[in-house]
Design a protein around this ligand. Structure first.
Ligand SMILES: [Zn+2]
Length: 518
């Protein structure tokens, strides 16, 4: 069955089409309201007496790639109520179809608003052009701003946090409605007066979730003395971590001693050459023992049985090919290693010079062998020097100490074990931090007082003092279900929107886009 598209199906509800014309790419629909009577906007009395008519031009959604403009034949009525101050009024239409004084139908404006929220001014305007939506950049921004206002209901639970207008430069504050999960306001700075004024204008707020520190904690307490103040749990954890880092910093001297005493022994770090030399001595010993047995007339079979060395080896030693048997790379140096060590210790560290001196002592090897030895030796010493200084930074130590043991590398767990053995106060501090985390996570309010008492005599004393000072808010953080987590989320959204607008957004527009989007 063929379906016909009638022009009346294009026009908004409540209107009747009278005429349709096409001008270039534009469809112009002349329409009028269905209703024959209209209520006076002042006294609400219905009127039938038409005074005059005029044409109101309104843009609507595009159709098939064409702009659609409505020519609305609008009537002026005379108010018939005797005492009404208004004598003549223009008819109004359904707000959900065509708002008062609007140049766009509600459905077009809704689309424009969403476009503005999603893309911001200029990109949205470019996209709108493609969609044949007749709006400019300015219009988009105006719609976003206008629609953002007067959306919030009564506030009861809010979260406050700061956000960077420009990092390390200018900060503002964000206020979120934690119940409805939406942004309520962006404040242009972090001044106490600003937040105090804003809060004072909203006395209905019952619960404020916020960072413990910063001036605005006090401002909030002052402006809303009857509200419950909840210290933000995320910030509490962060403060605790910072306090532990501080404790590590304070203990760096003892940490350095603990690490230095256990893991580094410079005597043992004089490299492979020492091992090689020891091997050489051992070999010489074996050779001498076997040669002595041969001299005594002991058979090879007997020697093998007594010493446990292989038959081939014993035979080679007896035949005088002993050095070949144990051939290692530095063979020509072997005999000189004790002497080289002594020269090195005496301050002679140049390969060429060492070689010259060795030559006078009967060394037949090349200068290269000696200079390579010197290079290796220098490297080995450098490495051991670095090891001596290699105490990790306080931040690294704090991280290692609070990491799960099985996530540590072997070297790191040696370091941690050394610190744990050497710096007992730090172990205590870590235990207190863990207890703090557990207390907040598992909501053990009763542990707050004992924890403060225990921590105040530890490395975390100043953190404990801070917690004691804002005890009520911390207690609320343990008992209340509210958290500022979603405020952080909104801050992230804010950052994204801000970036989209190339960081040039004015605060009211940012606010409008965030509030409108919620
Ligand atoms: Zn009236």
């Amino acid at each position: 069955m063929p379906s016909t598209c009638r022009i009346s199906s294009l026009i908004p509800a409540g209107f009747i089409a009278e005429n349709e014309t096409r001008i270039d790419d534009e469809i112009v629909l002349t329409v009028r309201a269905e209703a024959s009577i209209a209520p006076c906007p002042i006294c609400a009395a219905p009127s039938r007496r038409i005074h005059s008519r005029y044409i109101r031009h309104v843009s609507d959604l595009p159709a098939s790639g064409r702009l659609v403009r409505l020519r609305i034949v609008t009537r002026r009525f005379c108010c018939e109520a005797p005492r009404c101050p208004r004598q003549i009024f223009a008819e109004r239409f359904d707000e959900t179809v065509l708002p008062v004084r609007s140049r766009r139908t509600a459905r077009l404006e809704g689309l424009v608003h969403h476009l503005g929220l999603a893309l911001g001014g200029r990109p949205a305007a470019a996209f709108a052009k493609r969609l044949m939506l007749p709006v400019s950049n300015d219009t988009l921004l105006r719609v976003v701003r206008r629609r953002a206002i007067s959306r919030a209901g009564p506030l009861s639970v809010i979260g406050i946090d700061d956000w960077a207008f420009r990092r390390n430069h200018r900060y503002g504050m964000i206020v979120c409605d934690l119940e409805r999960r939406r942004v309520v306001a962006l404040l242009p700075d972090r001044e106490i007066a600003t937040i105090e004024a804003w809060l004072a204008a909203h006395p209905e707020i019952e619960i404020v979730s916020r960072d413990r520190g910063g001036g605005y904690g006090e401002a909030a307490a002052k402006a809303l003395p009857h509200a419950i103040h909840v210290a933000d749990r995320w910030h509490l954890f962060e403060n605790a971590s910072a306090a532990f880092l501080d404790a590590v910093r304070k203990s760096m001297r003892s940490i350095r001693m603990a690490i230095g005493a256990t893991t580094i022994n410079p005597e043992l770090l004089t490299c492979a050459e020492r091992l090689q030399y020891e091997g050489y001595l051992r070999r010489e010993e074996t050779n001498a023992a076997i040669m002595a047995l041969t001299k005594d007339g002991v058979s090879i079979k007997q020697i093998v049985r007594r010493t446990g060395y292989s038959r081939g080896l014993v035979r080679q030693i007896i035949r005088g090919r002993r050095t070949d048997v144990f051939r290692v790379r530095l063979s020509t140096l072997d005999a000189y290693l004790p002497w080289l060590d002594a020269q090195w210790a005496g301050g002679c560290r140049k390969g060429a010079e060492l070689w010259r001196r060795m030559k006078t002592r009967g060394f037949h090897g090349s200068a290269r062998v000696v200079s390579e030895w010197a290079t290796r030796r220098r490297r080995a010493e450098k490495a051991s020097d670095q090891n001596l200084q290699k105490v990790p930074s306080a931040r690294t130590i704090a991280r290692l100490m609070t990491m799960a043991r099985d996530h540590l590398s072997k070297a790191d767990s040696v370091t941690v074990a050394a610190i744990e053995a050497g710096v007992v106060a730090l172990v205590e501090a870590r235990r207190l931090i863990e207890r703090f985390h557990t207390m907040i996570r598992t909501k053990i309010e009763a542990d707050l007082e004992p924890w403060i008492a225990a921590a105040s005599t530890s490395l975390l004393a100043s953190f404990a003092a801070g917690i004691a000072k804002s005890k009520a808010a911390v207690r609320a953080a343990i008992t209340q279900p509210w958290s500022n987590g979603q405020t952080e989320g909104q801050v992230n959204k804010l950052k994204m929107v801000k970036r989209q607008m190339y960081g040039r957004a004015k605060i009211d527009l940012l606010e409008a886009r965030l509030i409108g989007a919620a």
